[in-house]
Design a protein around this ligand. Structure first.
Ligand code: PRT
Ligand code: ZN
Length: 304
C-alpha cells in the first residue's frame, strides 16, 4: 500500500515525466500515441487526463524515482541510469526496491562511461586505484568499483562533471556519453562503459491492486503495440510459388506471411509483417532472389 495519500487508493493513474529536457517530448508523444490526451493546467506541473483517467506530473527527472517510491506517482518515464542510481542508493541504505523498469522505450540512449585524459593510456580498472573520480552517479560507480576491487575517491558533482579534471577536482570522470563530443571538447576519452541506458517506463515492483492496475494493464497493452509497430513494416511483393521459401529465409524477422494466388500464373502475391529495418541492401537481396514489385509500407496501428 502506498505510504502517501494516507495509504488510500486512487482511481486515476498518475505518470511522472520530465518537465523539460531530453526525455520530455519523446515521452509525451509516446504516451499520446497510446491514445492519451491531457488538459494542461496553468502551472503546467499537472496535466489532467482527458481520454483516460491517466494524469501526468511534470517534474525533474531526478525526482521521478523518489516520487515512485513515495507512491505519489504510479509510473514514470526516466532514464535507466537515473532509476538504477536510485536503486543503488536504496540498496546501500538497506531499503527494499519498490520500482523497476517495466519496458525499455527505445529513446534517450546513452552510456555511463569512465573517461580519462586523452593523453593517458587505459590499462584496466586497477589503474583507477587511489584516484579521484568525479560523477553524478556515485551509487553506480561505487558498485562498479566494488565489483572490480578498486578503491577510489568518488567526487560527487551534480553537473559540469566533464570539466572536473581540468579544474583539478578529479583525475577522471564517470558520466553519461552519447555522441562523445563533450568528452572530446574537454580533452577526455572513454575508457570503460559501466552501463548502457535508454528511457524506460518505471513502475511498481508489486502490481497495483485497485482500478489503477486495470488502467496500467490497458496502457501497457497499448504501449506494447506502439513499440512493436515502431520498427514494423508491411512488405509486399510477388514471386514464383517455388521461390517463396528462399525469399522468406531472407526475412527472419517476419511474421507468418499471407499468400495470395495471382490469377492465371504460377505467381503468388505475399504480404509480410517485418519487425526489423527494411534497408536498401535487404530489398536488393529480395529482388535478387526473385521478388518483384516490392513495396514497403508503414503500419499505423495494430491490435494483436
Ligand atoms: O532538469 P532535469 O534534471 O529534468 O534534466 P537533466 O538536465 O538532469 O537531464 P537531461 O534532459 O540532460 O537528460 C535526461 C536523460 O537523458 C538522462 O538521464 C539520460 O537518461 C538521457 N541522456 C541521453 C542523456 C544524454 N543522452 C546525454 N548525452 N543525458 C545527458 N547527456 C549529457 C551528458 O551528461 C554530457 O554532459 O550530454 C553530455 C554528453 O553528450 P555527448 O553527445 O557530447 O556525448
Ligand atoms: Zn536531472
Amino acid at each position: 500500500m502506498s505510504p502517501v495519500n494516507g495509504g488510500a487508493t486512487r482511481d486515476r493513474l498518475r505518470i511522472a515525466i520530465q518537465k523539460s529536457g531530453r526525455l520530455s517530448d519523446p515521452a509525451r508523444s509516446l504516451l499520446a500515441s497510446c491514445g492519451l490526451s491531457w488538459r494542461e493546467s496553468r502551472d503546467k506541473l499537472f496535466c489532467y487526463g482527458e481520454t483516460l483517467p491517466v494524469d501526468l506530473l511534470l517534474v525533474r527527472d531526478d525526482d521521478i524515482p523518489g516520487l515512485l517510491a513515495d507512491g505519489v506517482c504510479d509510473y514514470g518515464i526516466v532514464g535507466r541510469n537515473v532509476l538504477d542510481e536510485a536503486a543503488a542508493d536504496r540498496a546501500q541504505r538497506g531499503l527494499p526496491q519498490v520500482s523497476k523498469a517495466v519496458r525499455g522505450l527505445g529513446f534517450g540512449g546513452c552510456r555511463l562511461d569512465i573517461a580519462i585524459p586523452e593523453s593517458a593510456e587505459w590499462t584496466g580498472p586497477a589503474q583507477l586505484q587511489g584516484s579521484r573520480i568525479a560523477t553524478s552517479y556515485p551509487g553506480l560507480l561505487q558498485q562498479w568499483l566494488d565489483a572490480n576491487g578498486v578503491e577510489a575517491t568518488i567526487v560527487n558533482l551534480s553537473g559540469s562533471v566533464e570539466i572536473a579534471p581540468r579544474l583539478g577536482q578529479a583525475d577522471v570522470i564517470c558520466d553519461l556519453v552519447s555522441s562523445g563530443a563533450t568528452l572530446t571538447a574537454n580533452q577526455l576519452k572513454p575508457a570503460v562503459t559501466l552501463m548502457t541506458s535508454e528511457a524506460v517506463l518505471a513502475g511498481p515492483v508489486t502490481p497495483l491492486a485497485d482500478v489503477r492496475g486495470d488502467l496500467a494493464s490497458l496502457l501497457l497493452r497499448r504501449l506494447d503495440g506502439v513499440l512493436r509497430l515502431r520498427d514494423s513494416r508491411l512488405v509486399m511483393f510477388q514471386s514464383r510459388r517455388d521461390g517463396v521459401d528462399a525469399l522468406l529465409k531472407l526475412l527472419p524477422d517476419a511474421e507468418a506471411p499471407t499468400l495470395l494466388q495471382v490469377d492465371g500464373s504460377d505467381k503468388v502475391a505475399l504480404q509480410v509483417l517485418c519487425h526489423g529495418e527494411m534497408t536498401w541492401p535487404r530489398l536488393e537481396a529480395l529482388k535478387q532472389a526473385g521478388a518483384a514489385g516490392l513495396m514497403v509500407l508503414p503500419v499505423e496501428r495494430m491490435l494483436a
